[in-house]
Design a protein around this ligand. Structure first.
Ligand code: GLC
Length: 454
C-alpha cells in the first residue's frame, strides 16, 4: 500500500514523494568527493562554510557518521584564532577563481597549518545546523560525544566573530566583503561597494561564467571591487584589527547578524546539553538583539536594513534579508505584522502576482536593482525560503509558511535541485545539482522529531 501523502506538498503520490527524496539524497551522494561534499556538481569544486553546514544537516537524514565527518572536515580549515574561513581547499587547486594561491593566507600568523583556505568568512550557520543534526540523531550517544568534541571550536568561532568584527562592542558584527554575507551581489551592498575605489587591482581571470550564463552572475564592476578588497586584506596580513579599522567596506548586515543571533541561541542550547557555562554567549545574544532593533529597524519603511558602518548610514534597499529578523525571532509582534502584511504579502514586493508566481524573490520586485535571473538580485533561493518559512512558523503564520514550503518543493520537483530559480515562471538558473537545495528538500519534507532535547 502507498504511504499517505502529507498535506500541502506538490507530490500527488507517495511514490512521487519517495522518488523526490531519493533524488535529493542521490544529489548529495554524487557530489561527495570523500573529504567533503561539493556545493554543486560543476560550478563549485571546494568546500564552502555555510554550504558545508547545510550539507551536513542534509546528510544527517540518512548517514549520521558521514554528516559529522562533513563538519569535522570544515573545521580542519579553522584558523588558529577561531575564524572558520568561507572556503576550504581540501583538494588543492582547480579552475575555480579564486583558487588557494590567490589568498596568500601564509601572510597571517593565524592561518591553519597544512590546509589551504580563503581569508574571509561566511554567515555562521554551523551551530544551528549542528543543533538540528543533534535533535535528529538516532545514535544519541555518538551525537553527544560529537557535540562535546566540537563545542570548544564552535565557541572559539563565535568568540572570534565578536572580537574581530565588533571590537568596539556595538553588539553587531561587521562584514568586510560582500562574499562574507553569502549573498554576494545583493542590492544592499551596491552603495557601500561603490564607495570603494579600486586601484592597482591585481590581474585575475574570472571562471564563474564557464558553467553558468554571464547574465546570471555578478557584474564586472562588482568583481573589480571584490578582488581589490581581498588584495588589501592580504597586504594587511589578515590582521583583524587593521581590517576592521581600515577596510573601505564595513557593513553590519541584517542577514549575517540574524544568523549569528540564531546561532548563539543554538550554541547556548548545545552548551546546556553538555553542561558548559553560557554567560558569555548570553551577553552577546542580548546585546545583539538590542542593537539589531535599535540600529537596523526603519520605522518609517517598516523594514530592517543593513548599516554601512564605514559611512554611518542605513542602506535603504528592500531585500529579503529583512525577513531574517523573523527567522531569528528578533522582531516583536507588531514589527512582524508589518513585515508580513505590508511587504512579504504585498504583490508589488514579494507576494505572487500574475507575472511572478513563486515565493520568495530575493529582492523586492519593485526595487531598482531587481533582476529576476541575476543571482542574489531577485531569484528565489531555497535557503532563503527555508529561513523565511521558519520565521513565519515562529510568529504563527502557518498558512503562509506552508505556501513558501510548497513553492520551494514545487520548484525543485519540477526543475531539479538548482542553485536558484526565476520567480516569474519558476525556471531553474545558476548551478545544477546544487547540494544545499537537496539538503533543504530533505529538511522540508522530513520534520524534526518533536520530543528530542537541545
Ligand atoms: C556563491 C554563493 C554563496 C555560496 C557559494 C557556494 O558564492 O553566493 O552563498 O556559499 O556560492 O555555493
Amino acid at each position: 500500500m502507498e504511504e499517505p501523502v502529507p498535506e500541502g506538498n506538490p507530490f500527488h503520490t507517495g511514490k512521487a514523494r519517495g522518488d523526490f527524496l531519493a533524488g535529493a539524497r542521490e544529489t548529495l551522494t554524487a557530489n561527495d568527493v570523500g573529504d567533503f561534499v561539493k556545493p554543486g556538481r560543476y560550478q563549485y569544486p571546494h568546500q564552502w562554510n555555510w554550504d558545508a553546514a547545510l550539507v551536513a544537516m542534509g546528510l544527517a537524514h540518512f548517514d549520521e557518521e558521514r554528516a559529522r565527518k562533513e563538519v569535522r572536515s570544515l573545521l580542519q580549515g579553522q584558523w588558529l584564532d577561531g575564524m572558520i574561513p568561507h572556503v576550504v581547499y581540501h583538494n588543492g587547486s582547480s579552475d575555480y577563481f579564486p583558487g588557494p594561491d590567490f589568498w596568500q593566507i601564509e601572510q597571517s600568523v593565524a592561518a591553519p597549518h597544512g590546509v589551504r583556505t580563503s581569508g574571509l568568512v561566511q554567515p555562521p550557520l554551523l551551530a544551528t545546523c549542528v543543533r538540528r543534526m543533534h535533535r535528529r540523531a538516532r545514535d544519541r550517544q555518538a551525537s553527544l560525544a560529537f557535540i562535546q568534541e566540537i563545542y570548544p571550536r564552535l565557541l572559539n568561532w563565535h568568540r572570534w566573530l565578536h572580537r574581530a568584527r565588533d571590537p568596539e562592542g556595538t553588539g553587531l558584527v561587521a562584514i568586510v566583503h560582500p562574499w562574507e554575507s553569502g549573498t554576494d551581489n545583493a542590492a544592499r551592498f551596491v552603495q557601500p561597494l561603490m564607495q570603494v575605489t579600486p586601484s592597482q587591482v591585481p590581474a585575475y581571470q574570472r571562471r564563474d561564467s564557464a558553467h553558468v550564463a554571464a547574465e546570471e552572475r555578478p557584474q564586472h564592476a562588482d568583481y573589480e571591487r571584490f578582488v581589490y578588497l581581498i588584495d588589501r586584506f592580504r597586504q594587511w596580513a589578515y590582521e583583524p584589527e587593521i581590517i576592521y579599522q581600515r577596510s573601505p567596506f564595513l557593513v553590519q548586515d541584517t542577514l549575517f547578524n540574524a544568523i549569528t543571533y540564531q546561532a548563539h541561541e543554538d550554541l547556548i542550547a548545545l552548551a546546556d546539553e553538555i553542561g558548559e557555562p553560557t554567560a558569555e554567549l548570553e551577553r552577546w545574544r542580548v546585546r545583539l538583539r538590542r542593537a539589531f532593533n535599535a540600529k537596523l529597524w526603519d520605522e518609517e519603511e517598516g523594514l530592517y536594513f543593513a548599516f554601512d558602518a564605514r559611512h554611518h548610514q542605513l542602506v535603504r534597499e528592500n531585500g529579503v534579508a529583512t525577513f531574517l529578523a523573523l527567522y531569528a525571532g528578533l522582531a516583536d509582534k507588531e514589527q512582524a505584522e508589518v513585515l508580513v502584511g505590508a511587504h512579504l504579502e504585498n504583490p508589488e514586493e514579494y507576494g505572487p502576482d500574475a507575472n511572478s508566481r513563486f515565493r520568495v524573490p530575493s529582492q523586492a520586485k519593485n526595487n531598482y536593482f531587481y533582476e529576476p535571473r541575476r543571482y542574489w538580485r531577485g531569484p528565489v533561493w531555497i535557503l532563503v525560503n527555508w529561513m523565511v518559512m521558519q520565521g513565519l512558523e515562529r510568529y504563527g503564520y502557518q498558512a503562509l509558511a506552508e505556501n513558501v514550503r510548497r513553492d520551494s518543493l514545487a520548484l525543485m520537483a519540477d526543475g531539479g535541485f538548482f542553485e536558484y530559480y526565476d520567480p516569474r515562471d519558476g525556471s531553474p538558473a545558476g548551478a545544477s545539482d546544487f547540494s544545499w537545495s537537496a539538503a533543504l528538500a530533505l529538511e522540508m519534507l522530513e520534520p524534526l522529531p518533536l520530543s528530542r532535547p537541545a
